[in-house]
Design a protein around this ligand. Sequence first.
Ligand code: AHG
Ligand code: MN
Ligand code: MN
Ligand code: MN
Length: 337
Amino acid sequence: SAEEAPSTDLITLTRHVLSDQLRLGSTATGDLTLLLTAIQVTSKFIATNVRKARLINLVGLAGETNVQGEEQKKLDVLSNDIMVNALRASGKTAVLVSEELEDAIIIEEEKRGKYCVVFDPLDGSSNIDAGVNIGTIFGIYKIQPGSKGTIQDVLRPGSEMVAAGYTMYGSSANLVLSTGSGVNGYTLDAALGEFILTHPNITIPPRGKIYSFNEGNAMYFHAPVTAYLKSIKYPAPPKSPYSARYIGSMVADVHRTLLYGGIFGYPNDKKSKNGKLRLLYEAFPMAFLTEQAGGIATTGTKRILDIVPTDIHERCPVFLGSRDDVLDVIKFFKEVP
Ligand code: AHG
Ligand code: MN
Ligand code: MN
Ligand code: MN
C-alpha cells in the first residue's frame, strides 16, 4: 500500500546465493559464489557499454567473422573479451567456451579453478544497432574429478550443469539465475551497483497465449511445425488464436516466455539441418532455466538437457516454454509425418 515503509532489507544476488547454500546445509566452499560474483561484474560492465554504445562508437561491425560465419559486431568482441578476462582472473575456472572463439580456452595452471563456463557474450547481435533488448547467456559445469580441464569437461549433457543464467540488457539489466533449486530474477540497481532480488522463484504458467517463432522461415519448416503453428493460429472455436511476439534476441524472447508463458521455438528446417541456436551456450542454459521454472525444453523429439554434445559449437532445434504448449508440439512431432 502507499503507506508501506521503504525496504531497508535488500536481498542482493550474492546474499541470496549464500543464504541458499546455508539453507541447503551445503558443504560448498564458496567457489561458485565467487565465480557468480565475477559473472555479475561482467554483466554490469557489459551493461554500461551497451548503454553508452551509441555515444562511444561501439555500434557496428568489428570487421571479423566468427566460427559460425557470422559477422562480429564491436559489442560481440568487447563482451567476449570482458568475460574471458574476468573469468580467467577469477581463479575459479578451468575451461571457457565462447560463441566468439573457435577453440575452447584451457586456463593455465596458476589460475585454474574447478568450473567450466560456456557463454554467449552478447546475444541478439542483430538488435544492437536498433537499441532493442540484448543479453548474455551462461552455463556452468564442474570439471570431472581428477581433470585438469579439457574439452571433455564441457562435452556433457546440459542436465549436468550446476548453474545457468542470463542477463538481459533492456529497460533495466535483469539477471536470471538457477543453481539447480528453482529460478530467481534480479534487477541491477545502478546506484548501488548490485543485482537485487526482484523476481523470486520464477515459475512458468502451465499454458500461455503467446508463440514466438521466426515465421519468415515458414517456407522451410517441416510438416510437424507447420501443422502445430496452424493449430494455434486457426484453433477450433471457441478457442482463440495465440498472439505472436518475436524479438529475435533469444534472451528477450525466453525472458518473456518465463514470465508470461507460451512457447519459444527455433526449429531445424529444410535449410538448416540442426536449426540455428547453439547447444552449449544458448539451448542448454535456457533449457536448464525453463525446466527449473516448471516448463519443458525439447528438440521436438528429445529432451534438450539429455543431448550429449560432440562439438562445442554444435546446434540444435529448440522448443521451450509452458508445459502444455510444449507438450502440444511434441504431440505434433509424434503424429504428423
Ligand atoms: P547471437 O546474436 O548470439 O548470434 O544469437 C542470435 C540468435 C538468438 O539470439 C535469436 O534467438 C536468433 O539468433 C534469431 O535468429 P533469426 O534472426 O534467424 O530469427
Ligand atoms: Mn552471433
Ligand atoms: Mn545468441
Ligand atoms: Mn552472441
